[in-house]
Every structure is written in C-alpha cells, then in structure tokens.
Ligand binder design. Structure first.
Ligand code: AMP
Ligand code: ZN
Length: 472
C-alpha cells in the first residue's frame, strides 16, 4: 500500500519512498529526564509508536531510535537560563545521575503501560559525548565554528546559505529586530555546540574536550546519535511541533555540511496535547501522568483510544470529560469483542472478507496517519452482519497489532471476570440488597451496593434477579 506523510520540509503530503526498500530508519526526539513525563510527552511518544506500527503493518522493518536527554541543556532556546537536570537534582536532593536513572525508569514504565513498543535503540546523551565532540571537530574543520572566550564554541549560522529552511524562516528577518541575549554571538541565530563549565560553580556533569572542560550544546546529541544508529542519511526525523524552528533547524545546520543534502528525507512534527488554559508542560509543575490516570481508576487504553481519535497534526485538548467518553467507547468495544468470543468459531475465517477489511482498515492510517478514520472502519467492521465471528476476531488481532489497543487482552479479562462466581458473603449481601429494594428500603440497598463495590464486585439488576461481576 502506498504510504503518504506530511513533510514539514516541503509543506506537502508526499508519497513515502524509503532509502532502503521495505525498511525505515526513524528518529523521534525523546524526553529530558529531569521529571516524570506528562500526558503531552506521551502523546508524542504514542505518535512515534503509531507511525512505527503503521509501517510494520505495511510489511516494513523499522529501526526506531528515541534518545534520552540526560545531560542538562539550558532552559531557553538561547543557550541561557537554568540547567534542567541540575534543577531536578536540587528539587529532589539527589545527584544528577540518579535523577536521570529515576526518570528514565518512570518514562519506560509509562510507555509500557500505554503499550508503546520499546524503540530499537534508546541512547543516552551522556553515553555519546565522544560522538558529539567528533561532530564539533568536523564542523570546526569546515569553518562553521567560533569561540566566545569564557563561554563556549558556537555555530556561525551566517555560513549556511539555507539556514532556517525547515521553518520557512527568512534569515534577514530573523536577524533584524530581535534582541540578542548573548551580545557576543555573531548572529542572533547562532547556537552553542560546546559550553564551558563556569569557573565559580562546580557542575555535576562535565567532560574534557579539545576546547576545555564543559558540556555539549543541546541540539548536538540528536544529530550525533541519530547518525550513529541510523547512518548518515535516514528516512524520518520527528518531534514536537516546537522543535521546527530551533532544535531541528539547528540539527540540520550541524549535519548537512558534514554529510551532504538531504540529511533526512521526511520531517514529521507532532502537535501538542493542550489543557484548557494552554500547553501541558512540565515547567508549569501541574500535569497528569499515565500512572496518575491509573490511580484515578482509568485504563491506560482509554487514553490511547482518546489519542487515536485525534490527528497528529492537530492540537488536542485533554479533559476528563473527553477521557470519560473515550473510556466508555473503549469499554463498549471490549464488550462487543467479549461477546464475539462467546459466540465461538462455528464457521472458519472467510479469507476474501478478511483481505477486503484488512485493506479497508489499513488504508486511512497509511494516508498520513489518519487514525480516527481507521478507528471508524474498525467500528463498521464490528457492526457488519455479513462478517462471521471468526473473521472478525482474526481482523481484531490485526487491529491489536496496528493500534496497540490490547482489545483481546481486555476482552479475555472481562470474560474471566464474568465467569467467576462471587464468594458466599458477597452473594449474601446481594440477596439482602435485592430484598431491601423489594421492601423499598433504598438506603439499605445503597449501603449494601457500596459494600459490594468496595469488596471488588459490581452488582447489576437483571430480569428475575441480579448479576455479580468481578471488577477489573
Ligand atoms: P521534553 O522532555 O520537554 O524535551 O519533551 C519531550 C518530547 O515531548 C518532545 O518531543 C516535546 O516536543 C514533546 N512534548 C512536550 N510537551 C508536549 C505536549 N504538551 N504535547 C505533545 N508533545 C509534547
Ligand atoms: Zn532532538
């Protein structure tokens, strides 16, 4: 099937043509590990997972790289401000190294809960200082660097004729008008490749380099590590939409002079997850995590289902009302699948119908990742009376691989819960509750329902009695 993707570089949806047939080299900018990853970060990693699953379903092999930024870059795009890692370490009274380990672990836990397939490589910036220094040396040889004494080694953006092409930025406009925070820079767009450690404070993370003790500039790691794991030229580079104008622009500036053009064939950018009053961000300090959703009683798959209903190029507003609606939609789907399983495989899989619906499901998602449209086709398939249960269940296995919704697993759990008989004391309480209702003692009935509920069972009235189902 022809895959199409929106390429930020050309501002068009394009047919995807791989560098190596049936293979994709894909880099998704990963997190800075100074805090938990919020649901917005997760939307970005989920999108990376979806693009990968779409390629896998189309018969490609995928080398997926996501970095962990564990070296502190400075909080502003201007190479000034506080070091996020050191800030995290001070907040929790831990070393920077321990903070990095702690939050890499929590990020992986949340990714697993959201059923994100682990990337093929997850390199840490601090394990690749050598590669970053070598890249600066190559740029130095080509005449792209200059030193600001006592500050660092900078990239001279005036040396690159097409600097800013990714964001469609006009350099002279960019240079004029704006205030230069660092007055020693030659151009406002210049950025640090290597920062010297301050002389008055001892940094926890610093390394020797040919230019002096210090630490790498924050754009450098993604250039160095993507090329190490994917080669000098690769297919897709992605990240949050805010990376277009600075981070990815600077990655291109660092890489193309060294390896030639184009360095990356498709640039893909993910829109944000928003809160009513703005972007969900770590810096605001109030944010939700996947583990937080579980604590509130949500299945992480309800959040995945919600994300699938949006499009990666459109911002999505997160609210608990929309999550509740997604949770209900997801549960409804699981219910239908459990019923299909109960119906049994009386007839064999109809191969023609399987092929027809397989392609119907795969078509929208392969066209610039239209996940919501694919979800609609899956719902249509479930409703369709001409497809027998065995064929539907086979298609659902394909859907589980494609969308990562763990539908079979949840349907199995639902069936197991429904077939379990409640212990005698729960049965007894439910009988008492039914009697209380008959006697119109609703207060007692409510009290007993709450007791049954807190014991982990749900009681529902059915004609002629009640049904007890173990809560999941
Ligand atoms: P950070 O740790 O802030 O560098 O973020 C890690 C990744 O998550 C980056 O690719 C960001 O673009 C992305 N990201 C941060 N906030 C959001 C958000 N609210 N919605 C979607 N993606 C986000
Ligand atoms: Zn990056």
């Amino acid at each position: 099937m022809q895959i199409r993707l929106y390429n930020t570089m050309t501002r068009k949806v394009e047919d995807f043509v791989p560098i190596t047939p049936n293979h994709v080299g894909f880099y998704n900018c990963g997190p800075t590990v100074y805090w938990d990853q919020h649901l917005g970060n997760m939307r970005t990693f989920f999108n990376g997972d979806m693009i990968k699953r779409m390629f896998l379903a189309n018969g490609y092999t995928v080398t997926h790289v996501m970095n962990f930024t564990d070296v502190g870059h400075l909080t502003s795009d201007e190479d000034t401000g506080e070091d996020k890692m050191e800030k995290g370490a001070a907040r929790e009274n831990m070393s920077v190294w321990d903070i990095a380990n702690k939050y890499i672990k929590s990020c992986l836990t949340d990714m697993d809960l959201l059923n994100i397939i682990r990337p093929t490589h997850m390199p840490r910036a601090t394990d690749h200082i050598k590669e970053q220094i070598e890249l600066i040396q190559k740029l130095e040889k080509l005449g792209f660097t200059y030193e600001i004494p006592g500050d660092g080694i900078y990239y001279d953006t005036s040396k690159l004729s097409d600097y800013g092409k990714l964001g469609g930025q006009n350099l002279s406009e960019l240079r004029g008008g704006a205030r230069i925070e660092n007055n020693n820079k030659r151009n406002i767009t210049d950025f640090a490749l290597w920062k010297f450690s301050p002389t008055d404070v001892k940094r926890q993370m610093e390394w020797d380099s040919p230019w002096g003790v210090g630490f790498p500039g924050w754009h450098l790691e993604c250039s160095a590590m993507s090329m190490k794991y994917l080669g000098d030229h690769f297919d897709i580079h992605s990240g949050g939409q805010e990376h277009i104008k600075v981070h990815h622009t600077n990655e291109i500036a660092q890489s193309e002079p060294v390896v030639g053009k184009p360095w990356v064939h498709y640039w893909v950018h993910w829109a944000w997850l928003m809160l009513r009053d703005g972007k969900m961000a770590k810096s605001s300090g109030s944010f939700f995590t996947v583990r937080g959703l579980i604590e509130k009683g949500y299945d992480p798959m309800a959040f995945r289902y919600l994300l699938l209903q949006g499009h990666y190029r459109q911002p999505m507003e997160f609210s608990f009302e929309s999550l509740d609606a997604a949770a209900a939609g997801y549960k409804n789907m699981v219910r239908k699948i459990a019923d299909l399983m109960a119906a049994g495989d009386t007839e064999p899989v109809n191969q023609d119908l399987y092929n027809e619906w397989h392609d119907k499901i795969l078509t929208p998602i392969s066209d610039n990742l239209k996940t919501a449209e694919t979800l609609v086709v899956v719902q249509d398939m479930l409703k369709n009376q001409t497809i027998n249960p065995a064929t539907k269940l086979s298609l659902l296995d394909f859907v589980d691989d494609l969308l990562g919704l763990q539908l079979r697993d949840r349907a199995n759990k639902l069936r197991a819960a429904e077939s379990e008989t409640a212990p005698a004391e729960i049965q007894e309480m439910a009988t008492k509750r039914a009697d209380a209702k008959k006697n119109r003692d609703f207060a007692l009935a409510d009290e007993l329902r709450a007791k049954i509920d807190s014991a982990g069972w749900t009681v529902t009235d059915i004609p002629g009695g009640f049904k007890l189902v173990k809560k999941q």
